[in-house]
Design a binder for this molecule. Structure first.
Ligand SMILES: [Zn+2]
Length: 219
């Protein structure tokens, strides 16, 4: 799905299998966000192919957090030019829980090329803000693209929902604080790790209001 001239969404809509949405910023540099489960990587490959692109054309792969349905496919890029970037805190978390959390074991051997910290990350002519958003996982980050007012929200918030906090080192209070932080940004598109995009400033505002008024009671 084309969101903007230089932004595409490969939304995962299979009803029976879990995987994340993947996004492509097709700018001066090509940035892939959350490549998803390894076994479903053909979903991304097909999306790229429809744009006459391949994984080899990617310059950077950004990961919002270390759950396997988001990160597993970084291994596809191990011998390609794309730099893989993961938050420093999330990498520490992945290594710590790896012995107890078998699903992540497949990717724990990989070394990211870039350890993301809070702040601005310039990728060619594109500037993304790296925003730490713990709660769903301890080193989760969201990517905010101020030029286009796009928020890549990972599993922190969805269209009409929030990320779960019952996974290892999840934390409800931290998730609430992270969501409040995101709600203060000037956003026209929420592109989340699962589900449909939220499009338009009013819809974004409503989505945050609904989350605060409904979901915050249950965290
Ligand atoms: Zn997750």
């Amino acid at each position: 799905m084309k969101m903007l001239n230089n932004l595409h969404a490969f939304l995962w809509d299979h009803p029976m299998a879990n995987n994340c949405n993947t996004y492509l910023i097709d700018g001066e540099k090509r940035i892939l966000i959350d490549p998803g489960h390894y076994q479903f990587f053909s979903h991304v490959r097909d999306g790229l192919s429809a744009l006459s692109l391949t994984p080899e054309d990617m310059d950077m792969v950004l990961v919002t957090h270390g759950h396997p349905d988001h990160i597993e496919s970084v291994q596809v890029f191990s011998d390609m030019k794309a730099l893989v970037a993961v938050s420093q805190i999330e990498m520490d978390f992945i290594r710590k829980i790896a012995p107890h959390y078998g699903q992540v074991l497949g990717v724990v051997d990989f070394e990211p090329d870039i350890l993301l910290q809070e702040g601005e990350q310039e990728i060619g002519s594109i500037m993304l803000q790296i925003i730490p958003t713990p709660g769903h996982s301890p080193g989760s980050v969201c990517f905010y693209w101020p030029d286009e007012k796009v928020l890549f929200s990972g599993d922190v918030i969805f269209n009409g929902g929030i990320g779960r906090t019952d996974l290892p080192m999840g934390n409800g209070e931290e998730l609430k604080a992270s969501i409040r932080h995101l709600a203060a940004l000037d956003v026209e598109y929420i592109l989340s790790g699962h589900g449909e995009p939220v499009t338009g400033r009013q819809a974004v505002k409503r989505n945050f209001q609904e989350i605060e008024s409904f979901w915050f009671e249950y965290i």
